[in-house]
Design a protein around this ligand. Structure first.
Ligand SMILES: Cc1cc2nc3c(=O)[nH]c(=O)nc-3n(C[C@H](O)[C@H](O)[C@H](O)COP(=O)(O)OP(=O)(O)OC[C@H]3O[C@@H](n4cnc5c(N)ncnc54)[C@H](O)[C@@H]3O)c2cc1C
Length: 305
């Protein structure tokens, strides 16, 4: 079944959020909000205008035990065809997307696009984020997964993170309370609102050249700009998922209209009739093949909801 973005259905059914003064939609097609344009619907969806509104929604979810998920650029999540029976929140309002240069730091909202933060830093002559220029998604998503590449990751530059807890209150977590590892952080128990990134002063024109070079190298080694591909696995220590998939002879595998991307074996490419369940099946099939042939357990990068 092709489940790319389609028009949302309206429903007049009451929701548990009706008294909060927040526009909540029902049966929101999450395909509108994921990188691959795939996935079923969310029972509830909202884009709060500020922290107060966000707090009311978060608190209500906690009180009524309604599962809550945040979505940023949707470049690392896979929503099943069956959808998500809970509330999905996207921090798209301007108040969550700010980028403020406070030399030598940058304060960035969780909803800001990572590439915009990198560009702002480079223009201001602040280095430390250039290697992230080709990572799709938002600051929030990047912090949760400690986004990065061979040149470094975002966690190295984080001074503090402002988060919201389940009761709707906010707190600032400084470096001593944060842990970042390869494609992982301990920020998986909260809603991220923003962060402060400590950077280094450097000549803006040199930095711009370095970022451009990084962008060109990134584009030549991975398909970051392509909306039909997504990353399958985390790189294990000392090797790459790409080489393991190739060694296991899994390059030719397919599931429905999902296939291993010919130009880079750690990516899945979604054909025009692909469903998110095809993608999930392919990731599981490739993982099994690598386990059988090489005895290595790959960890999926893409998060299945
Ligand atoms: C083509 C392509 C290339 C990629 N290249 C790289 C790469 O080079 N390096 C790399 O590290 N990754 C890469 N990725 C993976 C992905 O882009 C990163 O993981 C990215 O940081 C995800 O950001 P996002 O905003 O899209 O997060 P989403 O996919 O929307 O969400 C990811 C996770 O973060 C959570 N989340 C999002 N926002 C918040 C918030 N405000 N508060 C709390 N939780 C939140 C979500 O609930 C989810 O658990 C690539 C992906 C694609 C499709």
């Amino acid at each position: 079944m092709n489940q790319r973005a389609h028009s949302s259905s309206s429903s007049e059914t009451a929701t548990p959020f009706d008294d909060l003064g927040v526009a909540v939609s029902r049966h929101e097609p999450l395909a509108h909000h994921t990188w691959l344009g795939l996935g079923g619907t969310a029972a509830y969806f909202c884009e709060p205008i500020d922290s107060d509104a966000l707090g009311r929604v978060v608190k209500r979810c906690h009180e009524q035990q309604i599962p809550l998920r945040m979505i940023g650029g949707g470049s690392n999540v896979l929503v099943p065809v069956a959808g998500f029976e809970g509330m999905v929140v996207r921090l798209s309002a301007p108040g969550f997307c700010g980028i403020d240069v406070q030399r030598p730091a940058i304060i960035a909202g969780a909803g800001a696009k990572l590439v915009h933060v990198v560009s702002a830093a480079v223009q201001a002559g602040l280095s430390g984020l250039e290697t992230l220029v080709d990572v799709p998604g938002t600051v929030g998503g990047a912090l949760v997964g400690n986004a990065g590449g061979h040149g470094g990751d975002i966690g190295e530059r984080v001074a503090d993170v402002t988060v919201m807890l389940a009761d709707g209150t906010t707190e600032i977590r400084d470096r001593s309370r944060l842990a970042f590892e390869s494609r992982w952080s301990n920020l998986d128990d909260c809603v991220i609102i923003g962060c402060r990134l400590e950077l280094d002063e450097e000549d803006a024109s040199l930095l711009t050249k370095r970022m451009q070079k990084q962008w060109i190298v990134g584009r030549s080694t991975q398909p970051s700009g392509t909306r039909t591909v997504a990353m399958m696995f985390k790189d294990p220590l000392g090797t790459t998922a790409e080489s393991l998939v190739a060694q296991a002879g899994a390059r030719e595998l397919r599931a429905g209209d999902a296939a291993v991307y010919a130009a880079h074996a750690n990516y899945v490419v979604a054909g025009p009739h692909c469903s998110s369940d095809d993608v999930r099946t392919l990731v599981e099939t490739v993982r099994s093949r690598v386990r059988e042939k090489l005895g290595i357990e790959l960890t999926p990068q893409i998060e299945v909801w």
